[in-house]
Design a protein around this ligand. Structure first.
Ligand code: HEC
Length: 126
């Protein structure tokens, strides 16, 4: 294995963000402020607003933020113990009503690049 390749693999193994990933997180935070913060907080222990707190949402059980009354489909996912993944959050953001028919989240993020940045940002909140 070349040295560069080895370092890249080591960085991945350690979970160290590459500069490109760090940019996505920073960009995602900007997009989040513009498109999501009217309804969602993203800080640890942040309050529920129109939508639930999103700190640590990637890897968290769907529909499980405290102090928020979820719609039926998300409540059903919570009961089943299903967790959000980067992929499922992205699919949900692309078309919430298609991914989770009956969800009370109406806003869709059609732009794939914006969605990738948002997911990188949400994934960084741990
Ligand atoms: C107009 C208000 C509103 C906006 C803007 C909004 N959301 Fe939501 N969001 C909601 C509501 C309400 C829910 C709860 C959905 C349900 O119970 O079906 C939700 C749920 C979610 C969930 C699932 C949370 C969980 O605990 O399972 C994610 C992820 C999410 N939103 C991400 C986003 C992102 C990212 C943005 C910005 C692109 C955004 N939302 C913008 C209202 C909003």
């Amino acid at each position: 294995m070349s040295r560069t390749r080895y370092l890249a693999v080591a960085a991945l193994a350690l979970g160290v963000a590459s500069p490109a990933m760090a940019n996505d997180v920073a960009d995602g935070q900007v997009v989040f402020k513009q498109m999501c913060s009217a309804c969602h907080t993203a800080t640890a222990g942040g309050k529920a607003g129109v939508g639930p707190n999103l700190h640590g949402v990637v890897g968290r059980k769907i529909g499980s933020a405290p102090g928020f009354k979820y719609s039926k489909p998300l409540t059903a996912d919570a009961a089943a113990g299903t967790k959000w993944t980067r992929e499922s959050v992205s699919t949900y953001l692309a078309a919430p009503q298609k991914a989770k028919p009956g969800t009370s989240m109406m806003i869709a993020v059609k732009d794939e690049a914006k969605r990738a940045k948002l997911v990188a940002y949400l994934n960084s909140l741990k």
